[in-house]
Design a protein around this ligand. Structure first.
Ligand code: ADE
Ligand code: ZN
Length: 324
C-alpha cells in the first residue's frame, strides 16, 4: 500500500509555505542571517512542537519564520519543500503565503514574492511540479490591512491564483474580509478560506455566502450542522482536509476519532493535505499513510480523493489532462 500511495499522483491544495520550514533549515538560516532563536539544537526545536490548539502552534510558526530574511531564503525554503514533495509523488502544490507576517518584521513583499517566484519556476523546470499561489490574509489583523496588501501585490497579481484566509479563526469570522474578497473577485482571483477548523459551522456558511469561496480549507466542523452538510454535498464544495494537522492541533485526540470517514460517507468532495508539514509530523504521503492506518481505506478511496484534488486544482486544462 505504501508503494501505491507514494506512486499515486497527488495534488496538494492546502499548504502554508512558511509551515514547510524544517528545523534543520531553520537553524541554518538563523546562522546565515544572524537571527537568534530560543533553541540550541534541531532536537530542541522538534521538542517544542507540542501544541495544545491552533494559537499555540501559530506562536511558534510566526517565531520560526523570523529566520526568513532574503529572497534567497524564500527560494531555498520552497525548493527544499518542492524536492521533498516530488519525492513523495506530489505533482502539484498550491502554496498559501502570509506576506503580512513578513511585512510586520520589515521584509518587503518583493523579497517574498521574488524568492518564491524563482522557486516556482525551478520546480516546473527541474521537478515537473506545477504550482499555484494563494495570497493569504491574516484574519486576526485588521480588514483594512488585507485590502492594502492586495493593492500592494499589484505587481504580482499575474502570478497569483487566489486569495485565502488563515491564522486565528475563532473571533475572526469570514465576513470581516468581505471587501478584500470582493476586490479579489473583481481582479479575477479565485477565493478560498480556512473555516470550520476551530470555528463554528456558521463560519463555513459565511465563507460560502459572503466570500464566495470555491473551496473551504479544513471545514471539519461542518458535521455539526446537517443542513450545511447537505448544501456542501449538493454544491460539491471542495474541502481541503488536513488529518495530521487536526491531530497535532488537538481538533481530535486520536486520528481514529477524526470525522473524515463520516464526511466521506456523507458524500462530500474531500481532498487530503498536509497544511504545515514541518510542524505536524509529515507531508502528503504521511497524511495518506496515517489515514490508511486509522481508517483502513481501500485503494479506490485514495484514488477518489487524489482525483478530487486534481479536478479542484488551480492548473491549466492541459496540465489537468496530463495528470488525469
Ligand atoms: N496558518 C498556518 N497554518 C494554519 C492553520 N492550520 N490554520 C490557520 N492558519 C494557519
Ligand atoms: Zn491551513
Amino acid at each position: 500500500m505504501r508503494d501505491f500511495l507514494k506512486a499515486l499522483p497527488k495534488a496538494e491544495l492546502h499548504l502554508h509555505i512558511e509551515g514547510t520550514l524544517e528545523p534543520e533549515l531553520m537553524m541554518a538560516l538563523a546562522e546565515r542571517n544572524g537571527v537568534r532563536l530560543p533553541y540550541a539544537s534541531v532536537e530542541e526545536v522538534r521538542a517544542a512542537y507540542d501544541f495544545s490548539d491552533l494559537q499555540s502552534f501559530l506562536d511558534l510558526y510566526f517565531q520560526g519564520m523570523s529566520v526568513l530574511r532574503t529572497a534567497q531564503d524564500f527560494e531555498d525554503l520552497a525548493m527544499d519543500y518542492f524536492r521533498r514533495a516530488a519525492d513523495e509523488g506530489v505533482v502539484h502544490v498550491e502554496l498559501h503565503v502570509d506576506p503580512q507576517a513578513h511585512l510586520a518584521r520589515g521584509v518587503e513583499l518583493a523579497t517574498v514574492m521574488e524568492g518564491l517566484g524563482r522557486a516556482r519556476r525551478r520546480a516546473e523546470r527541474e521537478l515537473d511540479l506545477s504550482t499555484a499561489m494563494i495570497l493569504a490574509f491574516l484574519r486576526d489583523r485588521p480588514a483594512e490591512e488585507a485590502l492594502d496588501l492586495l493593492e500592494r501585490a499589484a505587481p504580482y497579481w499575474e502570478t497569483l491564483d487566489a486569495v485565502g484566509l488563515d491564522s486565528a479563526e475563532v473571533g475572526n469570522p469570514p465576513a470581516k474580509f468581505a471587501e478584500a474578497f470582493r476586490r479579489a473577485s473583481a481582479l479575477g482571483l479565485a477565493r478560498v478560506a480556512h473555516a470550520g477548523e476551530e470555528g463554528p459551522p456558521d463560519y463555513i456558511r459565511e465563507a460560502l455566502d459572503v466570500l464566495d469561496v470555491c473551496r473551504v480549507d479544513h471545514g471539519v466542523r461542518c458535521l455539526e450542522d446537517p443542513t450545511l452538510v447537505a448544501r456542501l454535498r449538493d454544491e460539491a464544495m471542495v474541502l481541503t482536509v488536513c488529518p495530521l494537522s487536526n491531530l497535532r492541533l488537538r481538533v481530535v485526540e486520536r486520528l481514529e476519532d477524526h470525522p473524515l470517514p463520516a464526511m466521506l460517507e456523507a458524500g462530500l468532495n474531500l481532498t487530503l493535505n498536509s497544511d504545515d508539514p514541518a510542524y505536524f509530523g509529515g507531508g502528503m504521503l504521511d497524511n495518506f499513510l496515517a489515514c490508511r492506518r486509522a481508517f483502513g481505506w481501500s485503494r479506490e478511496v485514495f484514488l477518489g480523493l487524489a482525483s478530487n484534488a486534481i479536478e479542484a486544482a488551480f492548473m491549466s486544462e492541459a496540465r489537468r489532462a496530463e495528470l488525469r
